[in-house]
Design a protein around this ligand. Structure first.
Ligand code: PBG
Length: 328
């Protein structure tokens, strides 16, 4: 390597064409999964206070939005339910209802827009009266009892036509149990995206408002979600979930855990997705609304950062906005 002045790093930066020619990483609409909230409130569009620009959609409206996303080139949507609080109970029974909001939405989208992928969260928190992802007894989240319910929830989703089952609950052994159940029920091609490295994070705050679990959540999720200080534990979690039958793994939250995205993608030859969660969205939007940053520019820069760290895809509330900008 020559030294200055034989080497001038700025030569390659001098014009748009040189910068484009040597750019090492790219983000395209193909890399995006749109996270959406579906509601049975009766309103077609219902704004989420802590996430300006994000609305909960009725099933009918979500079908229209899924078409738009498909036309923008977005490969898949990840769906999260906001249900009538009257339907919540201690065991999250509504999660197992084959005629519930999620299976109804899956069928409606698959009917109208069969070529967009549908990813469904497997966890009980949108359905429990206490806001936890599992079965709560005497202040403890019961692992094995929860897994039994998650398996049923996953089967309800797969039977409705869900393409990707995405357990986000962090119970031990759930990926193997869900995979066995899918094989046993004839869903041999249903994908599993495991939220393998999911941290107990303050960045989920606005999401809990979005699905209506903010007011009800008692305590925190630290006995099942990972401690933010841990690195090697994330690799163990990923290794186990792959051994149990996951096709893809997720790291969550996203940008604050970019080191984990990089470690996981360097270590395992599987697709790694990163979740740009609700709090990350809210921070960008809040700063942009104050005129402190250029929101579109910062948003695209964060998406590229995920790609640089090795993410195959990014789950983000920004997906349609980003796709519009990227499509020019
Ligand atoms: C829970 C779940 C959470 C998110 C997705 N699934 C929150 C939590 O674990 O409390 C967070 C998504 C976001 O913040 O955007 N199963």
């Amino acid at each position: 390597m020559g030294a200055f002045p034989a080497t001038r790093m700025r030569r390659l930066r001098q014009s748009d064409w040189t910068r484009r020619l040597v750019r090492e990483r790219h983000v395209t609409p193909d890399d995006l999964v749109w996270s959406v909230v579906v509601t049975d409130s009766g309103k077609d569009r219902d704004p989420v206070g802590a996430m300006p620009g994000v609305e909960r959609f009725s099933v009918k409206e979500l079908v229209k939005e899924a078409k738009i996303a498909r036309d923008l080139g977005i490969p898949a949507i990840a769906m999260f339910p906001h249900i009538d609080p009257a339907k919540k109970d201690e065991h999250g029974t509504e999660a197992l209802n084959p005629d519930g909001l999620v299976p109804t939405a899956i069928k409606a989208i698959k009917d109208a827009v069969p070529d967009i992928g549908i990813i469904c969260d497997v966890a009980l928190d949108p359905f429990t009266s206490h806001g936890h992802d599992g079965v709560l007894k005497d202040g403890v989240i019961l692992n094995d009892e929860t897994v039994e319910r998650l398996v049923e929830q996953a089967l309800v989703q797969a039977r409705a036509g869900c393409d990707v089952i995405a357990p986000s609950d962090m119970m031990d052994g759930r990926i193997g149990a869900v995979r066995d159940a899918l094989e046993g029920d004839g869903h041999t091609d249903t994908l599993i995206l495991s939220y393998a490295a999911k941290y107990a994070s303050g960045f989920y705050g606005p999401y809990r408002e979005a699905i209506g679990s903010a007011g009800v959540l008692t305590g925190d999720k630290k006995t099942y979600q990972m401690d933010p200080g841990n690195i090697s534990e994330a690799l163990r979690e990923v290794e186990l979930d792959l051994a149990e039958g996951a096709d893809m793994v997720m790291v969550k939250p996203g940008l604050p855990y970019l080191d984990i995205v990089k470690f996981v993608s360097d270590t395992f030859a599987v697709p790694v997705l990163a979740f740009q969660v609700s709090g990350e969205y809210a921070m960008i939007e809040a700063a942009a609304a104050n005129g402190w940053i250029d929101g579109d520019r910062v948003m695209l820069e964060t998406l590229l950062a995920f790609r640089r760290a090795g993410a195959s895809g990014i789950v983000t509330y920004f997906a349609p906005r980003a796709a519009r900008l990227l499509n020019g």
